[in-house]
Design a protein around this ligand. Structure first.
Ligand SMILES: [Fe+2]
Ligand SMILES: [Fe+2]
Length: 377
């Protein structure tokens, strides 16, 4: 009798990112080139891959937040979602062949872009763990990479049923990496984890109330899923808390920049998927504002400002930005002087709309001395 437990065959059971990626690498022989091509696109709106100054991040000392840190790490080590991200009896049959073609296209696009975003987190976290020597930092990044690899693997399971999947091993090698200094990684990653939580929980709660609109089973997994993202965001909040300079003085302008960029990117990207939101029964403007409200409320744990999303200039600015982006996309393949003029005009309108959003006066807040929050939505 073999006393050794068999190696896990599914990413849901993998306990490290490496194990998870090896499983996905083995599956990737079947994977579709066109999905990988979509995931390879580098535009302002598609998820990017990041690299940073790993030595600087390795030098972080978490002693100022030790008690909260140890509690958060213990929760992640206990691995509440081990085994969760796999298809089980709750996974209803998906009739991909009879899905309305417009919806099918947008939903696949949504899955590919989500998978790429999950995987982008995995790659960054895994690299930090590999390069670092600080036991606190490497442990955290190993745990987060583990979670993101599972998330990406699960989305790929869903895509595979539609006959497409993203070849993650290929993406790691071939996709372009954008350098962000650690300070910007904190702001951008903190926000993307927290907005990820807010997006997933808002859809989950909406479908809890309207189960007839759940057109795909993956949404049933969103609650536990978003708790992972919430914990990842907590970790970045604690990292920022170790250095008060990060959230003071001129850096507040950077925080405002990242808040504006992350929110407006989400708005524009979501408006590219009207059929998807209609199938869910979600008004895209309502959804955006709901997600911004939750993310703003959460981010008060560490950021001294939030954007004034109730200012009338906010929604009108988002609409102008979205229109400029749509105009730009519409003439993207065109050539000649007329097209050049239209592209330039669209780019200038997009820049002006973004600047208009950025310069709406922010709301100021007192930041609590401890950051820890529990998911409350
Ligand atoms: Fe994730
Ligand atoms: Fe995450």
């Amino acid at each position: 009798m073999n006393m050794h437990a068999p190696a896990p065959k599914h990413t849901a059971d993998a306990t490290t990112a490496e194990e998870s990626l090896a499983i996905q690498e083995a599956q990737s022989k079947l994977d579709d080139q066109s999905a990988t091509d979509v995931a390879m696109q580098n535009t302002l709106l598609t998820p990017r891959f990041y690299t940073t100054d790993f030595d600087e991040m390795d030098a972080i000392n978490v002693e100022p937040v030790r008690a909260d840190w140890d509690e958060l790490i213990a929760e992640m080590v206990s691995d509440p979602n081990k085994g969760h991200f796999r298809k089980n009896e709750d996974w209803d049959h998906v009739d991909w062949d009879n899905m309305e073609p417009g919806l099918r296209k947008e939903f696949i696009d949504f899955l590919i872009s989500s998978c790429t975003a999950e995987f982008s987190g995995c790659v960054l976290y895994k690299e930090m763990k590999r390069r670092g020597a600080n036991p606190d930092i490497t442990q955290l990044f190993q745990l987060m990479a583990r979670d993101e690899a599972r998330h990406a693997g699960f989305i790929n399971d869903a895509l595979r049923e539609a006959g497409v999947a993203v070849n993650l091993g290929f993406l790691t090698k071939a996709k372009k990496y954008t350098y962000f200094r650690p300070q910007f990684i904190y702001y951008a990653t903190y926000l993307s984890e927290k907005i990820g939580y807010a997006r997933y929980i808002t859809i989950f709660r909406h479908l809890e109330a309207h189960p007839e609109q759940r057109f795909h089973p993956i949404f049933k997994w969103f609650q536990e899923w978003c708790n992972d993202e919430f914990r990842h965001g907590e970790a970045f909040a604690l990292l920022m808390k170790t250095d008060p300079k990060l959230t003071r003085g001129v850096n507040v302008l950077w925080i405002k920049f990242f808040l504006t960029a992350v929110f407006s990117t989400m708005y524009v990207r979501d408006h590219q998927r009207p059929a998807f939101h209609e199938a869910l029964g979600v008004d895209t403007d309502w959804y955006g504002q709901e997600v911004f409200r939750k993310t703003s409320e959460i981010s008060k744990q560490v950021f001294p400002i939030t954007l004034d999303i109730d200012n009338p200039r906010w929604m009108s600015g988002l609409k102008r930005l979205q229109k400029a982006n749509a105009d730009l996309a519409a003439c993207q393949g065109d050539t000649g002087p007329g097209a050049l003029l239209r592209k330039t005009s669209a780019r200038m309108r997009a820049a002006a709309a973004f600047a208009g959003l950025y310069f709406i006066p922010a709301r100021k807040h007192d930041v609590p001395s401890t950051t820890r929050l529990e998911p409350a939505y």
